[in-house]
Design a protein around this ligand. Sequence first.
Ligand code: FAD
Length: 310
Amino acid sequence: METVYDCIVVGGGPAGLSASLFLARYLHSTLTFHHNTPRNQYAHGVHGFLGHHGISPAELLARGRDEITNHGGLIIEARVDRAEKISPELFHVTTGTGDGEGRSFAARRLLLATGLKDLTPDCPGFREFYGVSVHHCPDCDGYECRNKRVAVLGSGSKTVGFVLGLRTWTDNITLITGGDCGDITSEERSKLASLNIQIRNQEIIALEGDKDSKRLSRILFADADSLECDALFFNLGTELASDLPQKLGCKPDPECGLVWVDETQQTSVAGVYAAGDLTPNSQLAIVAAAEGAMAAIHIHQSLIPEEWKL
Ligand SMILES: Cc1cc2nc3c(=O)[nH]c(=O)nc-3n(C[C@H](O)[C@H](O)[C@H](O)COP(=O)(O)OP(=O)(O)OC[C@H]3O[C@@H](n4cnc5c(N)ncnc54)[C@H](O)[C@@H]3O)c2cc1C
């Protein structure tokens, strides 16, 4: 007879682990899968996570995993390749790599916390500076760039909004479009000009700086020109890190295309919940953790037997 867990959590970032911890504390049998590629693996520290500001991403997750196993939760390092709804109270997932290679597991509820992948610049030097002086998230790293020389790589109106957001911390900003301005309007150009924000329509070929300290100092362009700067933000978009939401038939949010959830973190597929970056809220570690906790509360409520209710 197969073991049917109360819940399987796919994803071991802040969202998945936070959910798993609460589910274990509700005494639910919970199995969590992760394959150790959290979105912020290149960050030197998690900023703004109350009580843990600056902790390394690996340390935060290692502590979380310990807390879960200390509460009796099970964690397997493996990638889940398939997930199916067999009946209203039964889901199957199948792993593809790691310890549980090619094995199937069953649960009454499924929580997807598989996160996002960032589309990153493809130029020499990027990896050397990413997470210390090259960033994608002003909410996470804007404070560290106050009064610094900041460049932003991206195009279109959405990047103009991104650039204006950085004005909170510095008045020395340059927008680099990489050769394609996209749909930036003349009104937006005037707005940037009025704030002394230059647009450079050049293609980046390399990033230079001190690789030991991961401090960027210069951006080199294809036309042999260069720009001295202390930090680079990029705004190139994201995609879901896993296709499990589509495979299960979870409907996308009509505005942003991420996974739609209701106020209980349940997706459009009954019994399948989602939490963290793959849902439409702000993409911060503490928000992901809070969504994971919310999902766990509602999963728990959905599992309470009728005879225990008023
Ligand atoms: C460079 C960088 C710096 C950042 N800095 C900050 C910061 O300073 N402060 C802050 O609050 N936020 C920061 N963030 C954002 C923060 O990292 C995310 O909001 C947070 O990690 C989202 O958590 P999550 O659990 O939703 O997803 P993730 O952390 O991405 O975790 C998803 C997990 O799912 C697993 N997974 C995916 N697919 C599968 C599968 N098929 N099977 C099994 N496992 C799977 C992955 O391996 C991963 O472990 C930063 C992000 C980046 C990229």
